[in-house]
Design a protein around this ligand. Sequence first.
Ligand code: ADP
Length: 305
Amino acid sequence: MTLAIDVKGLNKSFGAKHVVQDFSIEVDERRICGFLGPNGSGKTTTLRLLCGLLTPDSGSGTCLGFDIISQSDRIKRQTGYMTQRFSLYEDLTIAENLEFTARIYGLDHPGERVDQALRRLGLANRRAQLAGELSGGWKQRLALASATLHEPKLLLLDEPTAGVDPKARRDFWDEIHELAGQGLTVLVSTHYMDEAERCHEIAYISYGRLIARGTAEEVVKGSHLITFHGEGPDIAQLAHHLEGKPGVETAAAFGAAVHISGTDRRALEAAINPWRKAPYRWTEVEPTLEDVFIKLMGQAEDNFA
Ligand code: ADP
């Protein structure tokens, strides 16, 4: 395996704000690595540092084999970047947007490349339609086609599916997996749990620090969380009551049920024992990635305080 990303000890401050703190990560080529964490935790800044779009205050490393500080121009040429905001021209047609991108990159045979991208997208017969008339999901797929037109080796996606409907999100993710299958390394920030589960691996960032890393399964296992699934009358109210009791680290509603989690089994069971009888029903379940993220978020807030 070759590493697409290999950085150590990255730091970045904006004024007095230390936004990325001692950040190290290795990502293999052809992997889809998801960046998760609360808003403002430094995901976007980290993504930009990794590909040379921003210079770190300290730290070092390589991206696609190039030095992130002295060879950032080389990295940028092989990187595709797509953000949550639709970054194409709404008053240009679908084809014109792609032609414009092809020209900016100085690609050879731009017409052929655009035709190929349109066919791949299934938009060949709508090439003359204005980009602004597309639905949210199609806009993002067009933006993805534009970000990959120059055949980059690395793709950075910053919350690419925010506000896009579930079916369109699924299509978008099928496309990302296809691109990874063709050799691209993908770094993607997201707030959606189902998307986190579709990544090969996850990096959870909180207040600028990397606090969990691995496959979804590894992150769940590494949390050492014990979770009880509870059902019954006014269960949400009960969860609220249990919140903050010794042993209860997270209490969260899951539809009509609740998940109560903690890492100290004895204390956790002592907290829920008074309600472990009819009409309440409790079963111990595997924690979900969401349970783990809620715990990590709470932990980070404590540390920050
Ligand atoms: P996330 O992507 O996790 O929401 P960001 O990396 O966008 O987090 O932002 C982390 C913090 O850094 C935020 O508090 C944000 O306001 C701040 N920040 C980001 N970019 C700049 C900048 N160019 N100048 C000043 N502050 C910034």
